[in-house]
Design a protein around this ligand. Structure first.
Ligand SMILES: Nc1ncnc2c1ncn2[C@@H]1O[C@H](COP(=O)(O)OP(=O)(O)OP(=O)(O)O)[C@@H](O)[C@H]1O
Length: 697
């Protein structure tokens, strides 16, 4: 595979540009096909839109942008609450006048002409905040009823593209020694073999007294490495815990550190744990997207509260007053004059804000941002000694290069044996047929490189395990639950910490009955025999079938209603034994199965239902995995992906229940066969009685 070899940097960048273009086009096609084919109401039900809104307020936010607050139209909502919806902060949306309810064909570009793009900054019960794209004040005067609908996130791509274009244009003479190592043009500087007796990192005074040996070893290694270090953190092994100590040790050595992750939550997680340590930190990013506990460190709040921020305040107030005066003005001439003033004020505001930001960023030992957030203007001239990337195996490599382009050293923490970032163009027909910019330019492409190949994967393949240290003590799973993933994926190296290795449901502190479901760490309910068949989402008379012929709102998916009945029975039995629903999660690889399971949420409020992919990074006391696949051909689809199975089986702390058809699943892959055999030998094995299921389900 090409990723093992030295890579021509320019071809690498061209390939990334081409792949990113394909991915973006795929996302745009998918969104526009949904918007064109479904009514606003249907899109709302599918979590893609919110309808029947009015502008309830308008103000100036960070960067001088106009922020609208959109609330339900009182003519349609009596409670004043937004309907159920799937819009989240950070989503890119279009705010537009609401089209008529019928599902007549509408093109996104026509909608865009009538509306404005923006980023969702706040989601509350009664309103949603949207920061509009720059300089669009005039379009912001929505008088009629509006709706918002999710669009493809082109902003993120723009940052990645700019970064890859820079890399593509660099001449070899411009490559830093860091860049040379990351592409295999040079080897990483050697690290002493015996770090424990090294003069620099051998005698560290630890801030955290409970670090285990593998964590200490990884920290020493990351400190001693000159260009690159990978910290491999299998499930539950305290990756973030280790990174916090590493960051503190770097600060102690006078280094300036930029900490990034692919998502806001991954970054906030670190801010929350660093902030009690009283080191000066700044979190970049829109405040409305940050956790409340992190706000005090956000640049936006610091620009208001710090001394340096005072100069920004007056302009902000003046802009707000101008915005408010627009509503009162009837004459077009006066309005135009106000817009012109606003434009000047915005310029002034940005200028003052920039100075204040440079001052704050310059004064912090640690700056934290999402990977693409690190590409903002605030860091344009900032220099860092090290970039630390958490959840690096879930980030696109192009995204990692946003902070890396001017870095000297990188520490990546992640687990390449769990799921990589989700790529839409990988399996889609649309993706493979698209003609991309790269093809047109005739640039040299690297075979074998996909967007799924993360920086973590590529560096490991390029330089081998000597650039990596693995954390080996896990603090999540019962020893029996850990055994299979440890043996098959982590070279049998995982050790269950004493505090967790024998924990069972019956020992939950709030009192749980002693029974067969609460004393077994692993239960396998084997549906073999063909009585529990899978269904395609559009077979039969389920709700989804009605959408046949249209681009589906749910994607191509599978479900298994009989298996869902078994899940229901097992959850009921756990809850009857005293396990709280909030300590139980049901995970399944298939979205259609999630929809079938949805009524469980009404019956057991607090229970969590999730896709395996969506549950990565999470844990629960009891986890039920519904495998869904049951067919005579032994087809297992994307259940065959080891990394997905790994995520599924490593979520529980005390109890793992697997429900599936061993006959079908065994035929899927060598890994699945081994897993089924492991379950047959080590789990509490049960064969469901069909009559109980029909009666109970
Ligand atoms: N040395 C340690 N001693 C005791 N508990 C630890 C130690 N290191 C980590 N833990 C505990 O293990 C749990 C997982 O740690 P942490 O949250 O840092 O992991 P993570 O990197 O966020 O996630 P992952 O579990 O995916 O690695 C936490 O409850 C943490 O307190």
């Amino acid at each position: 595979m090409a990723i093992r070899d030295t890579i021509d940097v320019s071809s690498f960048a061209s390939t990334q540009l081409s792949l990113l273009d394909q991915e973006l086009q795929c996302e745009i096609q998918e969104t526009s096909s949904l918007i064109s084919n479904h009514s606003p109401r249907a899109l709302e039900r599918a979590g893609q839109a919110i309808t029947n809104l009015v502008v309830s307020s308008q103000r100036t936010g960070l960067g001088g942008k106009t922020v609208l607050e959109l609330s339900p139209d009182t003519a349609t909502s009596t409670s004043g609450d937004l309907p159920e919806h799937g819009i989240r902060t950070g989503d890119i949306v279009l705010v537009a006048e609401q089209p008529a309810g019928s599902a007549k064909k509408r093109e996104v570009k026509d909608l865009e002409k009538k509306g404005v793009r923006g980023v969702v900054t706040k989601v509350q019960r009664s309103f949603v905040g949207v920061a509009l794209d720059e300089d669009k004040d005039d379009a912001a005067c929505f008088i009629a009823r509006v709706w918002i609908v999710k669009l493809a996130d082109e902003v993120t791509y723009r940052r990645m593209n700019q970064t890859m274009e820079k890399l593509q244009k660099m001449s070899e003479a411009e490559y830093s020694s860091f860049i040379r190592v990351l592409f295999g043009l040079s080897s990483p500087s050697p690290v002493p073999a015996d770090l424990a007796s090294d003069s620099d990192v051998g005698k560290i005074e630890w801030f955290d007294p409970i670090l285990n040996d593998s964590q200490k070893d990884a920290i020493r290694f990351a400190l001693a490495s000159r260009e690159v270090a990978l910290i491999h953190g299998p499930p539950g092994t305290g990756k973030t815990h280790t990174l916090i100590e590493l960051i503190l040790q770097m600060i102690k050595r006078g280094q300036k550190v930029l900490v990034c992750g692919p998502s806001n939550i991954s970054v906030d997680n670190i801010v929350e744990r660093l902030s009690p340590r009283k080191v000066p930190i700044v979190r970049l990013g829109h405040p409305a997207r940050l956790l409340p506990s992190v706000l005090n460190h956000s640049l936006d709040v610091l620009t208001k509260t710090s001394e340096a921020g005072a100069i920004v305040k007056d302009v902000r107030a003046e802009m707000d007053a101008k915005q408010a005066s627009i509503k009162k003005t009837k004459s077009g001439k006066e309005r135009r004059a106000i817009y012109a003033d606003l434009k000047d004020l915005r310029k002034e505001y940005r200028e003052r804000e920039r100075k204040c930001v440079t001052h704050l960023v310059g004064g912090s030992k640690v700056v934290l941002a999402t990977l693409h957030g690190a590409g903002g203007s605030q860091l344009r001239h900032a220099q860092f000694d090290v970039v630390v990337i958490d959840e690096a195996s879930q980030a696109l490599e192009a995204q990692c290069w946003v902070p890396l382009l001017s870095a000297k050293k990188v520490v990546c923490a992640g687990d390449h044996l769990q799921l990589p970032p989700t790529i839409k163009s990988l399996n889609s027909k649309a993706g493979s047929n698209l003609k991309t910019k790269g093809d047109a330019d005739g640039a040299k492409m690297i075979k074998g490189l996909t967007l799924e190949t993360t920086l973590f994967d590529r560096l490991l393949a390029l330089h081998g395990p000597s650039i990596k240290r693995m954390l080996t003590t896990q603090y999540r799973m019962h020893e029996s639950i850990m055994r299979f993933p440890s043996n098959e994926l982590y070279e049998s190296k995982l050790i269950a910490a004493d505090a967790v290795k024998a924990r069972l449901l019956r020992e939950l502190e709030y009192g749980v009955e002693d029974g067969e479901d609460t004393t077994e760490p692993i239960v396998f309910i084997d549906t073999q025999g063909g009585d529990f068949p899978e269904k395609n989402e559009d077979d039969g008379d389920s709700d989804y079938s009605k959408k046949k012929g249209k681009s589906s709102l749910y994607g191509d998916s599978k479900c298994n209603e009989m298996e869902a009945a078994l899940v229901r029975l097992h959850v009921t039995s756990l809850v009857e034994a005293g396990v709280r629903p909030e300590d139980i999660a049901v995970v399944t690889p298939y979205n259609a199965q999630l929809a079938v399971l949805a009524p469980l949420k009404e019956r057991f409020p607090g229970i969590e239902l999730g896709s395996v992919d969506g549950f990565q990074g999470r844990e629960k006391e009891a986890v039920i995995v519904s495998l869904v696949r049951s067919n005579p051909n032994g087809e297992v689809g994307f259940l065959g992906e080891k990394r997905r199975l790994n995520v599924a089986m490593t979520r529980p702390k005390r109890s793992l229940t697997v429900i599936g058809d061993s006959e079908t699943v065994k035929r899927g892959s060598a890994f699945l066969k081994k897993w089924m055999e492991f379950l047959e030998d080590n789990a509490d094995l049960r064969y469901p009685d069909l009559s109980t299921v029909t009666a109970g389900g």
